[in-house]
Design a protein around this ligand. Structure first.
Ligand code: ZN
Length: 312
């Protein structure tokens, strides 16, 4: 009896092993009718750094607030390496590349074919690409939109980390990467100041929020922005603390100091504001006068506050 039970169990297990691969393989190829329906559905690509159309010799620097090209070169991630066969597939589908190798002569042909399409499509080229990809809308994480990025298909997501760094960031730029990143954020803040017609850094938090943060967010919303991109994790830890009432550090950004006219904005820098000024100005002001702004920890508070007002 015991032997029979064991034999029965063995037979059942064997049957299971034989059946499993069959059912698994039958699931690999989807129902063609369902697939055809699924392929009709257009996608929303919710995270891109789509480039704008550029003329000869023109460069697009707005595709990211913190582009990686000024950093020390590192090996590309697996997906971005040229030997990834997905590139071949993309070239074949987009430009009719007829090879299955990356022979330099063949790649030169590909580049010519791509240039030909760009020439034919002109400013419609980005829309032509996303049509081929089955994408209806693409959220464009960009400092500013640009040529060829028609708002009916490309939806703006601006960067606002720069609004969080109005103080002296010297102590935060503690690695080679962060040095580059903080320089970029300071450049962007200058651009935002210029766009809000603010050429003297406000001395207190209320004024900074009213004259810089709120108008910047309002302008972005008016220009079609549907969200904000933060890259704070590249700049600092994400343990944002609640600000304390006694931290009046915004006074430290040298009240009344004149900023240079941003023309071009990146040639002029906000002068660095030093720690001794922070303590001096902070301690000399009545505490009730200012809302708190801690140089490192309070950004979420003001940005959240200003966002709530813009959204209202
Ligand atoms: Zn991104």
């Amino acid at each position: 009896m015991r032997f029979r039970t064991s034999l029965l169990c063995f037979c059942l297990l064997l049957a299971l092993f034989l059946v499993l691969p069959i059912s698994a393989s039958s699931q690999i190829s989807p129902d063609p009718q369902i697939m055809a329906e699924v392929n009709q559905i257009k996608a929303v690509d919710n995270h891109t750094h789509v480039p704008k159309v550029v003329g000869p010799g023109e460069k697009d620097d707005d595709f990211d607030a913190l582009p990686c090209d000024p950093l020390e070169p590192t090996k590309a991630p697996l997906m971005a390496r040229p030997e990834n066969p997905k590139f071949l597939e993309a070239w074949q589908k987009l430009y009719g590349y007829k090879y299955s190798d990356i022979d330099p002569a063949h790649v030169r042909e590909l580049v010519a074919m791509k240039q030909q399409v760009q020439k034919e499509q002109k400013d419609n080229y980005p829309a032509w690409v996303i049509d081929k990809l089955g994408i209806e809308y693409m959220l464009a994480n960009r400092v500013a939109m640009g040529r060829g990025l028609n708002p009916s298909r490309f939806i703006w997501v601006p960067f606002d980390d720069a609004l969080m760094v109005p103080l002296n960031n010297h102590a935060m730029a503690d690695t080679p990467d962060r040095k580059v990143f903080y320089q970029r954020e300071e450049m962007l803040l200058e651009r935002y100041l210029g766009e809000s017609n603010v050429f003297t850094m406000p001395a207190i938090l209320d004024n900074y929020v009213a004259q810089v943060i709120t108008p910047t967010l309002e302008q972005q919303k008016k220009a079609g922005a549907v969200a904000i991109k933060f890259e704070a994790a590249y700049l600092r830890s994400l343990d944002f603390a609640e600000p304390q009432e006694q931290e009046n550090a915004l006074s430290a950004i040298a009240p009344g100091r004149r900023l240079a006219l941003p023309s071009p904005f990146h040639e002029h820098r906000v002068q660095p504001y030093r720690a001794p000024q922070v303590t001096k100005v902070t301690s000399s002001r009545p505490r009730s006068q200012n809302k708190p702004l801690h140089p490192r920890e309070n950004s979420r508070y003001e940005i959240g506050d200003a966002l709530a007002r813009v959204a209202a």
